[in-house]
Design a protein around this ligand. Structure first.
Ligand SMILES: C[S@@+](CC[C@H](N)C(=O)[O-])C[C@H]1O[C@@H](n2cnc3c(N)ncnc32)[C@H](O)[C@@H]1O
Length: 382
């Protein structure tokens, strides 16, 4: 281990913290700790680039600059001013401040914002490198504070546009699933390089695209930009070598193939376009089909889907009729597994079988369950 070590926090959807923690450990992050809706970890400057380029599940990567307790504006000011800001920010940095306060003595966000801003400015000026106003004309360092039960975290966003924006989905269907949630489902379904994955209600194809990228080990951020690419603590050489590592790790030999279907022909055109943009167009076939008309789902297939939800696309009765039909199609087969995300508490009754495994997750603000069914020959882990 050499070079300066940094602390990070990666916010994520509620319910996927452990998946994210494992993902970060797999990329050699240190002291990984899952919390509610976020995961803390540590690493060198390379981890800024690596976590941003490779994480399929994190929403963004925040550099944690300080953590301390504060019950007064003075304590907040002193805690922020004591950070060695000159080691992180150039003197011309743009540093807008945003944040939130929850269950704390300090609850006025605008006041805390102003105090954090003033404390950072004072710390930068104390270096003696500048007198008067800071120019704020250089690279962008978005400072975020979180005051939770009087514990202050001061962080800088290293990501910019959130990580779910992979860059392949300029287009989307009516109710697209978030890329990070789709990737989490693929993780839960244990998608591997040689899998055949089916999404029978595929919409704009997000689940299959994420499955293909995982199977081929294509890093989700390989083709996009990040706000910290202009930072002195993560120079371009670090980004170049992390991108090179990610490019070399792509498994072109993977036997993966995906099959997506939907009743909506127009949304399938969007899916094809998105898959092509993501570089996995030749790995997925899309076709018009009603899920009720599947005659044989096949053996050794991994089915992952988010069928239409009562409150979004169909009324509850229609949706439940569809879950019943899905239960008749998704029978117990050798080596087949079904992973379905759905907010309907009655899903298992409609589907006709109790799930082998259930997990609570959030699709945006909607509380859902992931129901998993395993065929014979698949180890069931409760
Ligand atoms: C929640 S959306 C799926 C979104 C998709 N995961 C995405 O990322 O765009 C549900 C999809 O189910 C499709 N659908 C509705 N009824 C269907 C049926 N009977 N058979 C197949 N697809 C159906 C809808 O057209 C819609 O695209």
């Amino acid at each position: 281990m050499s070079g300066k070590r940094y602390k990070f926090a990666a916010p994520c959807l509620m319910g996927v913290e452990k998946l994210l923690a494992n993902e970060l450990k797999f990329m050699d992050a240190e002291n990984v700790r899952a919390d509610n809706g976020r995961v803390f970890f540590e690493g060198g400057a390379e981890m800024i680039a690596r976590a941003n380029i490779r994480s399929r599940i994190a929403e963004r990567i925040l550099l944690v600059c300080a953590s301390f307790e504060a019950r007064s504006f003075e304590e907040l000011f002193n805690g922020v001013r004591d950070v060695a800001w000159c080691d992180i920010l150039p003197i011309n940095a743009q540093f807008p401040v945003t944040g939130s306060c929850l269950s704390s003595k300090l609850m006025s966000v605008p006041d805390c914002q102003a105090i954090v801003k003033k404390a950072v400015a004072e710390s930068l000026k104390s270096s003696g490198r500048i007198k008067g106003m800071l120019p704020e004309s250089g690279a962008l360092y978005k400072i975020r504070f979180l005051i939770l039960k009087d514990k202050v975290s001061i962080m800088i966003d290293t990501t910019g546009e959130p990580l779910h924006k992979r860059g392949y989905r300029a287009l989307s269907g009516g109710a697209p699933i978030k890329e990070t949630l789709a990737a989490s489902l693929c993780e839960l379904a244990k998608v591997r390089a040689d899998h055949t994955v089916i999404d029978p209600t595929c919409g704009s194809g997000t689940i299959l695209i994420e499955a293909a990228m995982k199977a081929l080990n294509i890093a989700p951020g390989i083709n996009r930009e990040f706000v910290s690419e202009n930072w002195s603590i993560a120079p371009s050489s670090v980004w170049e070598s992390e991108r090179e590592l990610a490019r070399n790790a792509v498994r072109k030999d993977a036997a993966f193939h995906g099959y997506g279907s939907d009743i909506d022909e127009e949304v399938l055109a969007v899916a094809r376009e998105n898959a092509k943009k993501a570089g996995v167009g030749d790995r997925i076939d899309f076709s018009v089909k009603d899920v009720r008309n599947y005659e044989d789902i096949g053996e050794r297939v991994t089915v992952i889907c988010n069928p239409p939800y009562g409150e979004r696309l169909l009324d509850v009765n229609e949706a439940e009729e569809l879950y019943k039909a899905m239960g008749e199609v998704f029978t117990i087969r050798d080596g087949a597994s079904y992973t379905v995300i759905c907010p309907d508490d009655d899903f298992e009754r409609c589907f006709g079988r109790r799930a082998d495994k259930r997990r609570k997750l959030y699709n945006g603000m909607i509380s859902c369950q992931v129901y998993q069914y395993f065929g014979t020959g698949i180890k069931k882990k409760k």
